[in-house]
Ligand binder design. Structure first.
Ligand SMILES: NC(=O)c1ccc[n+]([C@@H]2O[C@H](COP(=O)([O-])OP(=O)(O)OC[C@H]3O[C@@H](n4cnc5c(N)ncnc54)[C@H](O)[C@@H]3O)[C@@H](O)[C@H]2O)c1
Length: 266
């Protein structure tokens, strides 16, 4: 079988470098081109030392010259939408991990994918374990009435609580159809931010990467569901799975849950 030809936009970034390396290791996939606004050379050495691929800040020229089946984008939201408008009309399928896309931009990606009959996978989190953690928390939310979340991140993280913690609390409440009960306590200080009855506690420390623990409680028992990100490698199985899936799909797949078949079984 022909390998799936992949170009990476954001190739000089932290995720881009991880993805170009993963593609070189993956049988059945071929890195054929790279794009980054900071590209200075006309070629990018492949991380496995097996030669180089065309490299430019001009996405259109890379797509025209390299004819990839899939464009993987891990950049910034302002770069993603122009890329979709360039890639979809060329029949290039899209795997998008860039975060910060607005709801109407995701709708626009869907419309373009349908109009040009290409596949698009957009996932704000490609870490399989993190997606499973949220799925399991949603399942448990129906049976236990109290929940708190502790999210722990490196000290340079811009936001607190994390977007993942906020959305986990909201999705857990949605799954049970009502907010969680708030335990009666005289203490009001140091109880975190309350979202749908879930107290979210944020820890920021050098040495941490990204971690989240959901603790559910009921009389006489607790249930803890924890995910730890040790390195950016955790995102690679999800990205590779999305590349394989997107070439067989027309239209938008949103979220890794859908790729894993978890959406229907909630
Ligand atoms: N979906 C996920 O699982 C997941 C995981 C990690 C990071 N992310 C997201 O991926 C994105 C990239 O993360 P990162 O840590 O690699 O960031 P980074 O800053 O290390 O890399 C971004 C790269 O994009 C390039 N870039 C910026 N504007 C561009 C443009 N207009 N055209 C081409 N290239 C451009 C930059 O030069 C840089 O090399 C962020 O949005 C981040 O939130 C998503």
């Amino acid at each position: 079988m022909e390998p799936i030809k992949v170009a990476v936009q954001g190739a000089l970034g932290k995720m881009g470098k991880e993805i170009t390396s993963a593609l070189c290791r993956e049988p059945g996939m071929q890195l054929v081109g790279a794009v980054d606004i900071e590209a200075r050379e006309g070629s990018l050495a492949k991380p496995d030392g097996s030669g180089s691929v065309p490299f430019s800040s001009d996405l259109d020229s890379i797509l025209k010259g390299c004819q990839p089946d899939v464009l993987v984008d891990f950049t910034i939201a302002q770069a993603t939408m122009p890329a979709v408008h360039i890639a979809a009309p060329r029949g290039v399928n899209l795997v998008i991990g860039t975060t910060g896309l607005a709801a109407d931009e995701i709708k626009e990606i869907e419309s373009l994918a349908i109009a040009y009959q290409v596949g698009a996978v957009v996932a704000p989190n490609f870490a399989l374990g993190a997606v499973l953690m949220v799925h399991l928390a949603k399942l448990a939310a129906k049976y236990l009435d109290y929940a708190e979340i502790i999210e722990l991140h490196h000290h340079l993280k811009a936001d607190a609580p994390s977007g993942t913690a906020l959305s986990t609390a909201r999705m857990m409440a949605e799954a049970r159809g009502k907010p969680f009960l708030v335990p009666e306590s005289k203490q009001t200080r140091s109880r975190g931010e309350s979202v749908e009855g879930v107290a979210i506690h944020s820890v920021r420390l050098p040495g941490l990467l990204a971690h989240q623990e959901v603790i559910l409680g009921g009389p006489g028992q607790t249930l803890s569901i924890r995910h730890d990100t040790i390195s950016r490698e955790c995102f690679m199985p999800g990205v590779i799975m999305a590349i394989k899936k997107v070439v067989e799909h027309k239209g938008l797949i949103y979220g890794l849950e859908a790729l894993l078949g978890l959406k229907e079984s909630q």
